[in-house]
Design a protein around this ligand. Structure first.
Ligand code: ZN
Length: 222
């Protein structure tokens, strides 16, 4: 009688196959994660490119003045709905140039917030370590806009090197550059998206340590 031969994996062979798959996965996953991070950073910079174009349009439509930090009201009494950015969708400073697709706040995230704005960084999640319930995720250059009246753009001596909007990380206000540069939120491989006064955008490294009086925070003639 002829003996039937059945080929089957031995336990050792099975373990070898599993080990090879595990090694391949371990090699591929960081590359996939890197690709996803890069895609999100590109999407975020594109958003800041649009914000930069809105800035140029805003300046054109407002006799050459840059945006204010707050739409109305000044001082501690002003509530966040008065911020020009980091505000309710209905108060969004650029709503006529870049209309929001829903009512979620622009430039801010709430704890347990379900609906996200389309004007948003895809990499950003609410920082659960915060004690507050609102996190401002992008903001305005306080050195320029945080004055009683923002300056005219022609007082800016280097528009291509002066930031106007950037990713930030604050429970208090949608701004950066008031006291120190750490308000930039460098979540894209240690870089933050920044829009400049001339309308271009880019990723700025967190390793740069400029003085508050210099580029890219402030270069506006007195
Ligand atoms: Zn981003």
């Amino acid at each position: 009688m002829k003996k039937k031969t059945i080929s089957e994996f031995t336990l050792i062979e099975l373990l070898v196959v599993i080990a090879i798959i595990a090694i391949l996965a371990a090699m591929l996953l960081p590359a996939l994660k890197q690709a996803r991070n890069n895609a999100r950073a590109i999407s975020c910079v594109n958003l800041f490119g649009q914000l930069g174009k809105c800035t140029v349009q805003y300046v054109d439509d407002n006799q050459g003045y840059l945006m204010p930090y707050k739409n109305s009201g000044t001082g501690a009494a002003a509530t966040d709905t008065k911020y020009a950015i980091g505000c309710d969708a209905s108060k969004w400073l650029f709503r006529s140039y870049m209309p929001p697709k829903n009512s979620a706040g622009i430039g801010r995230l709430g704890r347990n917030q379900k609906v996200r704005s389309n004007i948003d960084c895809p990499a950003r999640e609410f920082d659960v370590s915060l004690s507050g319930n609102t996190e401002y995720i992008f903001g305005i250059n306080y050195k320029i806009a945080g004055q009683n009246k923002p300056p005219k753009v022609n007082r800016c001596s280097q528009p291509s090197g002066t930031s106007i909007l950037a990713e930030c990380h604050s429970t208090e206000a949608p701004q950066f550059g008031a006291t120190n540069r750490t308000l930039w939120f460098v979540q894209h491989q240690n870089r933050a998206s920044v829009a400049y006064v001339d309308g271009h955008a880019g990723l700025l490294s967190g390793n740069k340590k400029p003085k508050l009086e210099s580029f890219p925070f402030y270069k506006v003639a007195p």
